[in-house]
Design a protein around this ligand. Structure first.
Ligand SMILES: *Cc1c(COP(=O)(O)O)cnc(C)c1O
Length: 939
C-alpha cells in the first residue's frame, strides 16, 4: 500500500500516527495489538479472495465498463417503477451533497433540524395526498410497507375478527410475494380475491386494495371499505402518490391506512431501489405507526423544534414486544421526494400527473381508434390492452425501437406513462401496434373519482420555486445539521466511516440509475455482473457460501436469515423448533426480527464482564432442548469486546440442534482478520451502510445482505417475480433490493483490496483502543477483554459520575455539541453509558480533539460534583447553546459566554445548533406531525 493508494486516503491515521497511538495503548505493533485482543481461535489466515486493489481512476473505469453493458431504454413497464426527472437542483444539492448523505439518523435532534424539517415536509406531503392525517418518516419500500400495514391492521382490528388478510387481485405482484413471506410465519391467512365483485371474506381483520391497480384500473372502493368496516376489518390502500393529485384520496373514501412508494417523485429507478416507502394512517392509529415519526416539540427557549416522536427507538425499548423491526429506513430518498414536492408545488405535481395521464389517454384513444382492444376504460397512467397472438411481436418491435413494454399476460400488454414520456415514445408504441398516433384522448379518470380537495397548501410547498430560492432553502436546511463533513460522529455500533466521493459518484451514472428492475436480462448485463461480483466478494470476506443483497436494511437481513434457518429446519421435519436465544445485550432489531420470523425470544444473561453467561446459556439450551431453533449473537459483542467463548457458544448450540446467527453489524472489527462463516456461524447479515461505506443518509438507505453457509443456500430470499419461488419468499420488493447503491461497496472493495480492508480493521481497532486508553482515567471503560483491550468501540461508563453529580449522559451528549461533536451512542447497550466508535477514517488530530473535549467535560462534571455549580445552573444542563443564547444582551449564567459557546478546542469551524435542548415529553403529549403553521414560529 503506497501513500497514494486509496487505502491510505480512506484510513485517517498515518503510519507515524499509528506508532504514537500504539505507544499510548502499550502495544508494539498493529499485529501485536490484533493478536492481543482477538482470540486466536477465530482468526482466519486464508486470505480474502478480493482482487488486487486499484486506484480510484482505475476502479471507476472498470465500473464504467460494467455500466456500458447495461442498455438504458425508454421504460413503459411501470408496476411500481416509473421514469422521473430528478431536478438538477436536488441532485446536486441533496443526493450528491455530503451534508445530506453523511448525516446520521436524527436521534440527536438539536443537530438534525434540517433533515427533520425535510422529513416533516415528507410526512406533510404523504398526509395531504392520502387524505390521512398522520404519516411516518419513510418505510423501506412499497411491499414491506404493505406488510407493515397488514401487521398494524392485525393489532388494530376488532378482536372478533379472524386471521384472514384479504388482498385484492389488482395488487402489485411483488407486494403480494412479500406479503406471503411475512404472513406465513405469523399464521396469517392471506386470501387473494377480486374484492370488486366478491364479498370481503369472513374473518378478515384487514383488506388491502391497490389504487390504481396493477392493471392500471381505478375503481371506486367506497362500498368495499364500508363493508370491511362493518366486519370490524381495517382497510389499507396501496396508493400511487402522483395519481392522488388527480384521484379522490384514500382518506376521503374511508381508508384507515395508505401505503406506497415515493419513487416517482424524483428518485431514479436504480434497478429496483432505494426508494422511500410511505405509510399514512388515521388519527386513532398514530401510536401504532411502524418506523420513525417526526414531530414538533419546543426547545429550552420555547421555540418550535423538531424531533423523533413516540416510537422512535421502540425496538430498543420494547424488543420482542416491538410492533416492527424497522430501524434504518429511507431518509435520503424521502428527503428527495419531499424536496421534489417543495420544488414543484401542488400545481407542478398536478401538471406532471396530468402529463402522464394525458399521454396514457392519448395512447388509449389512438389504439382504440385503430381497433386495438383497451381492457380498462378507467385509468390513470397505465393502459392495458389485448394484443392476442401479437403480444410477443409487439413487445419485440417496441423494444427494437427503444421502448420497454410490460407483458401483463400471454395475450395482454400494459403500457405505463410517466413524467418522462414523450410524443416520440408514444409514436414508437403506436408503430409497434401498427396504429397511428392521434391527438389527445378523453380524460380516463371517471368524474366520481376526480380529486376536488386541496393538497400541499402549506407555504413551504409554494415558496421555493425559483432555483435561487430552492438552492438557498436546501442550503439552509443542510447548514442546520451536523454530518461527517463537519467532524467525527463517534456512534458506537453505527460505524460512521468515510463515504468516499469516488465511491459515491457512480450512483448517479445514468447507465446504472435509469435501469428498470424488470427490464429484460439482456439489457442489464452490467448490473448482473456487478451484483455477482459483489455477492461473491462479500461471501468470501465473511467466509460464507453465498450472499443475497436483497434485504434493504440490516433488520431485513436479520429476518431473511432467520427465515432461512426456519425453512431449513422445517424442510428437515423439525417444525417444533421455534425458540430463538438472544443475549441481553443484543440490538433491539434482533428480538423484533425473531418474532416476525415466528420465533419465541428467550433472553440469555450476560456476566459481569459483559460476556454471554455460559451457565445461563446451558440452562436455556436445556430448558428448550427440542424447541431450540437458533441463537442470535453479535460479534464482537455490542459491548465492543471479542468474546473468547464464541466458538464454544457456537458448538453448544449446534450440539443442541440449533443454528447460529451472527449479527454482522460489527464486521468492521473482523474484516480481513476473522470470518463469521468460519468460526461457527451458519448465517449473518452485513450492514453495507456501516462496514462497507454506504452513507447513512440521515437514516437510510442501507443495504443488509444476508450471508449463509452451504446448507442454507437454497433458503435465500426469492425473486419476487419468480414464477416458481424458492422455499423462502422475498423480503423486499425488488430482486436485488436497493441495487442502485451497490456501486459504493463495490468501489470500496475494489479500491481497498484484501490488504486495504485488513489494514482498515486494525486501524479501527487501534483508534478505539487509543480513545479508551486516553479516556480511561477520566471515565471508566466498561468492558474489555482479558488484556484490557477493546475491539472497535468502547463504552464509557458515566453511571458513577451521574450518581455523584446529577450530570446525565444526555447532558454530556448535548454538551459535546458545544464542543463541535456529534455525541457517541447514548445508553445502548447499557443505560447511563456512552459508546464510542471512532472508525479507521478519523485522523489523529480529530481523535485527540474528541478526547480533549471529553476530558474538559469531565472537568465540568467535577465542578458540579464538588458543589462549585449546581447541575441546573451548569453549562452541561443548559447545553447545547445556540448563537441566540450566547449573543443575547442579557447574560446571567454561572459560566461565561466563552465557556458556553467557545469552550477549549473549538476552532473557527464553530458549529451552531439551531435550537436549544428539546423537550421530548412535551412533544409526545402534544403530538403534531405535519408542518406547523408559520405563525407557530412567531417573528
Ligand atoms: C445497526 C444494527 C442493526 C440494524 O441494522 P439496520 O440497518 O439499522 O436495520 C442490527 N444489529 C446491530 C448490532 C446494529 O448495530
Amino acid at each position: 500500500m503506497t501513500d497514494h493508494s486509496f487505502a491510505a486516503r480512506h484510513i485517517g491515521t498515518s503510519t507515524a500516527d499509528q506508532d504514537a497511538m500504539l505507544k499510548a495503548v502499550g502495544q508494539p505493533s498493529l499485529d501485536a495489538l490484533m493478536d492481543a485482543c482477538m482470540p486466536a481461535l477465530i482468526r482466519s489466515r486464508d486470505g480474502l479472495g478480493l482482487p488486487q486493489a486499484v486506484t480510484e481512476t482505475e476502479a471507476q473505469a472498470e465500473l464504467a465498463a460494467l455500466a456500458a453493458q447495461n442498455r438504458p431504454m425508454r421504460n413503459m413497464i411501470g408496476l411500481g417503477y416509473y421514469g422521473t426527472h430528478t431536478p438538477a437542483v436536488i441532485r446536486r444539492n441533496v443526493l450528491e451533497n455530503p451534508s445530506w448523505y453523511t448525516a446520521y439518523t436524527p436521534y440527536q435532534a438539536e443537530i438534525s433540524q434540517g433533515r427533520l424539517e425535510a422529513l416533516l415536509n415528507f410526512q406533510t406531503m404523504c398526509a395531504d395526498l392520502t387524505g390521512l392525517p398522520v404519516a411516518g418518516a419513510s418505510l423501506l419500500d412499497e411491499a414491506t410497507a404493505a406488510a407493515e400495514a397488514m401487521l398494524l391492521a392485525r393489532r388494530a382490528a376488532k378482536k372478533t375478527t379472524g386471521d384472514v388478510f384479504a388482498v385484492d387481485a389488482r395488487v402489485l405482484p411483488q407486494t403480494l410475494a412479500v406479503l406471503q413471506t411475512r404472513a406465513e410465519p405469523l399464521g396469517i391467512d392471506l386470501v387473494v380475491t377480486d374484492l370488486a365483485t366478491e364479498p370481503v371474506p369472513a374473518g378478515a381483520f384487514g383488506v388491502l386494495l391497490q389504487y390504481p391497480g396493477a392493471d392500471g384500473s381505478i375503481l371506486d372502493w367506497t362500498a368495499v371499505t364500508e363493508a370491511a368496516h362493518q366486519q370490524g376489518a381495517i382497510v389499507a390502500v396501496a396508493a400511487d402518490l402522483l395519481a392522488l393529485t388527480l384521484l379522490t384520496a384514500p382518506g376521503e373514501f374511508g381508508a384507515d391506512i395508505a401505503v406506497g412508494s415515493t419513487q416517482r417523485l424524483g428518485m431514479p429507478m436504480g434497478f429496483g431501489g432505494p426508494h422511500a416507502g410511505y405509510m399514512a394512517v388515521r388519527d386513532a392509529l398514530q401510536r401504532q405507526l411502524p418506523g420513525r415519526l417526526v414531530g414538533v416539540s419546543r426547545d429550552s427557549a420555547d421555540a418550535p423544534a423538531l424531533r423523533l416522536a413516540l416510537q422512535a427507538r421502540e425496538q430498543h425499548i420494547r424488543r420482542e414486544k416491538a410492533t416492527s423491526n424497522i430501524c434504518t429506513a429511507q431518509v435520503l430518498p424521502a428527503v428527495i421526494a419531499a424536496s421534489y414536492a417543495v420544488w414543484h408545488g401542488p400545481e407542478g405535481l398536478r401538471g406532471i400527473a396530468e402529463h402522464a395521464a394525458g399521454c396514457a389517454a392519448r395512447l388509449a384513444a389512438s389504439l382504440m381508434a385503430d381497433g386495438v382492444a383497451v381492457l380498462e376504460q378507467d385509468f390513470f397512467d397505465t393502459v392495458i390492452v389485448s394484443a392476442g397472438d401479437r403480444t410477443d411481436t409487439v413487445i419485440a418491435t417496441a423494444a427494437a425501437g427503444g421502448v420497454n413494454l410490460r407483458r401483463a399476460s400471454d395475450r395482454t400488454i400494459a403500457i405505463a406513462c410517466d413524467e418522462t414520456t414523450t410524443e416520440a415514445d408514444l409514436r414508437i408504441v403506436c408503430d409497434a401496434f401498427g396504429v397511428r398516433l392521434y391527438g389527445p384522448g378523453p380524460n380516463a379518470i371517471p368524474a366520481a373519482l376526480r380529486r376536488e380537495s386541496a393538497y400541499l397548501t402549506h407555504p413551504v410547498f409554494s415558496s421555493h420555486h425559483s432555483e435561487t430560492a430552492m438552492m438557498r432553502y436546501l442550503k439552509r436546511l443542510a447548514d442546520m445539521d451536523y454530518g461527517l463533513d463537519r467532524g467525527m460522529i463517534p456512534l458506537g455500533s453505527c460505524t460512521m466511516k468515510l463515504n468516499a466521493a469516488a465511491e459515491m459518484e457512480p450512483i448517479s451514472w445514468p447507465r446504472f440509475a435509469d435501469i428498470h428492475p424488470l427490464a429484460p436480462a439482456d439489457q442489464t448485463r452490467g448490473w448482473q455482473l456487478l451484483i455477482d461480483q459483489l455477492e461473491r466478494w462479500l461471501a468470501d470476506v465473511c467466509g460464507y457460501a453465498a450472499v443475497s443483497v436483497q434485504p434493504n436494511a440490516g433488520s431485513q437481513g436479520e429476518l431473511a436469515g432467520l427465515l432461512a434457518i426456519r425453512a431449513w429446519q422445517h424442510d428437515r421435519g423439525e417444525t417444533d423448533r421455534d425458540v430463538c436465544l438472544i443475549p441481553a445485550s443484543a440490538h433491539g432489531t434482533n428480538a423484533a426480527s425473531a418474532v416476525l420470523a415466528g420465533m419465541r425470544v428467550v433472553v440469555v444473561a450476560c456476566d459481569d464482564a459483559g460476556n454471554i453467561d455460559l451457565t445461563d446459556l446451558d440452562a436455556k439450551i436445556n430448558a428448550h432442548a427440542d424447541r431450540l431453533a437458533a441463537i442470535m449473537v453479535t460479534y464482537p459483542s455490542t459491548h465492543g469486546v471479542y468474546e473468547a467463548t464464541i466458538v464454544e457458544v457456537c458448538a453448544k448450540i449446534h450440539d443442541a440442534g440449533g443454528q447460529v446467527y451472527v449479527d454482522g453489524a460489527n464486521l468492521n472489527a473482523l474484516l480481513g482478520w476473522a470470518k463469521p462463516g468460519r468460526f461457527g456461524a451458519d448465517v449473518s447479515h452485513l450492514n453495507l451502510h456501516k462496514t462497507f461505506c454506504i452513507p447513512h443518509g440521515g437514516g437510510g438507505p442501507g443495504v443488509g445482505p444476508v450471508a449463509v453457509a452451504e446448507h442454507l443456500v437454497p433458503f435465500l430470499p426469492s425473486d419476487p417475480m419468480a414464477a416458481a419461488p424458492g422455499p423462502v419468499g422475498p423480503v423486499s420488493q425488488a430482486r436485488w433490493g436497493s441495487a442502485g447503491i451497490l456501486q459504493i461497496p463495490w468501489m470500496y472493495l475494489r479500491m481497498m483490496g484484501s490488504a486495504g480492508v485488513t489494514a482498515a480493521t486494525a486501524a479501527a481497532v487501534l483508534a478505539a483502543n487509543y480513545v479508551a486508553a486516553r479516556l480511561r482515567e477520566h471515565y471508566p471503560v466498561l468492558y474489555a477483554g482479558s488484556h484490557g483491550l477493546v475491539a472497535h468501540e468502547c463504552i464509557l461508563d458515566l453511571r458513577e459520575l451521574t450518581k455523584r453529580s446529577g450530570v446525565t449522559v444526555e447532558d454530556v451528549a448535548k454538551r459535546l455539541i458545544d464542543y463541535g461533536f456529534h455525541a457517541p451512542t447514548m445508553s445502548f447497550p447499557v443505560a447511563g453509558t456512552l459508546m464510542v466508535e471512532p472508525t479507521e477514517s478519523e485522523d489523529l488530530a480529530e481523535l485527540d480533539r474528541f478526547c480533549e473535549a471529553m476530558i474538559a467535560i469531565r472537568g465540568e462534571i467535577e465542578a458540579v460534583a464538588d458543589g462549585e455549580v449546581a447541575v441546573e445552573d451548569s453549562a452541561l444542563r443548559a447545553a447545547p447553546h445556540t448563537a441566540a443564547v450566547a449573543t443575547a444582551d442579557a447574560w446571567d449564567r454561572a459560566y461565561t459566554r466563552t465557556e458556553a459557546a467557545w469552550p477549549a478546542g473549538v476552532g473557527t469551524a464553530k458549529y451552531w445548533p439551531p435550537v436549544g435542548r428539546i423537550d421530548n415529553a412535551w412533544g409526545d403529549r402534544n403530538l403534531a406531525c405535519t408542518c406547523p403553521p408559520i405563525e407557530a414560529f412567531g417573528e
